[in-house]
Design a protein around this ligand. Structure first.
Ligand code: DAK
Length: 259
């Protein structure tokens, strides 16, 4: 893997922990951060060997406080459109990653940072986390898929209110809204993410990748999710993985799935 400037990557028992490391800027996403996420999810991470990925922010104050506002001044219509298209491509690669990705949100999750969290398969947060899409305060709208993904998680009415007011919500409200699935004390955040991913790691990797693909198909209006499910189910039935799962059940033993 090439040397990265803004992202730290460590691996623990097949689980990669990616830490956005710009604490002085509240881990804001600048062009380098976006390029480095693009690199990791296209070629940098060895998906064949990984069983899970955690994305978090450095320090205890911020997950990601949005896109780097200092870079906005240089943008015009063309630059903004290009930046948005590239960001969409990178976040889509996270959403479509065959390995489960958890956002471990350890503080402010704002703007582009919250959009990144929403591109992950699951979100959990520490009890000091705060969520918001403050783009409207800057005369902008979310540019990395936030208007679309937020509706998927919290529904149209709540999404409209958050997007239009730019207000922040706390961890308890985020849990109530369904934006996150667990709230933990700060020190238990990464252990909780590791626990969830370790559980998934004991399942069949083909089935895990198939579930991610089929669930995502629901939100892709170019494909029929039900047809995808039928096709994937058929493929899964014919796989060594399902044979191992079924045999293990019948033989009253734990299945041994291989990557
Ligand atoms: N960008 C750059 N620097 C940031 C930053 C950000 N988003 N957020 C914080 N910082 C920096 C601050 O400038 C400050 O730097 P120094 O003054 O120390 O040099 C340092 O981090 C500490 O911040 P504060 O002193 O403000 O810390 P507080 O605890 O008082 O407040 C805060 C924390 C997170 C509430 C506050 O920093 C804040 O409101 N930050 C800005 C939040 C925000 O508005 N984020 C941007 C949302 S808009 C696009 C696609 C997507 C987007 C844009 C374009 N295209 C396709 C073109 C997305 C836009 C957004 O994300």
């Amino acid at each position: 893997m090439k040397k990265l400037e803004t992202l730290l990557v460590e691996e623990k028992e097949g689980i990669a922990i990616i830490t956005l490391n710009r604490p002085k800027a509240m881990n804001a996403i600048n062009d380098t951060v976006m390029e480095e996420f693009g690199y990791l999810f296209s070629e940098g991470l060895d998906m064949a060997s990984l069983k899970g990925i955690i994305i978090t922010g450095s320090g205890e104050k911020a997950f990601i406080a949005g896109a780097d506002i200092k870079e906005f001044m240089e943008l015009d219509v063309d630059g903004g459109t290009k930046k948005s298209a590239f960001g969409h491509k990178v976040f889509d690669s996270i959403e479509n990653c065959p390995v489960p990705v958890i956002a471990a949100i350890n503080g402010y999750s704002l703007g582009g940072g919250n959009e990144l969290a929403m591109a992950c398969h699951m979100r959990i947060c520490s009890d000091n986390a705060r969520f918001g899409q403050p783009e409207v305060n800057l005369g902008l709208i979310p540019g990395y898929g936030g208007t679309q993904r937020m509706i998927q998680y919290i529904g149209k009415g709540r999404a409209m209110e958050l997007l239009l007011t730019g207000d922040m919500i706390d961890a308890v409200k985020a849990l109530e809204y369904g934006l996150v699935t667990h709230v933990t004390p700060q020190e238990e955040l990464i252990p909780t993410a590791l626990k969830i991913l370790s559980k998934i790691a004991s399942k069949g990797p083909r089935a895990v990748a198939g579930i991610i693909k089929t669930v995502n198909a629901y939100f892709d209006n170019t494909v029929n999710g039900f047809v995808k499910e039928i096709n994937f189910f058929g493929e899964a039935m014919g796989s060594d993985e399902s044979k191992e799962g079924v045999n293990a059940f019948l033989e009253k033993r734990k299945p041994e799935f291989r990557k």
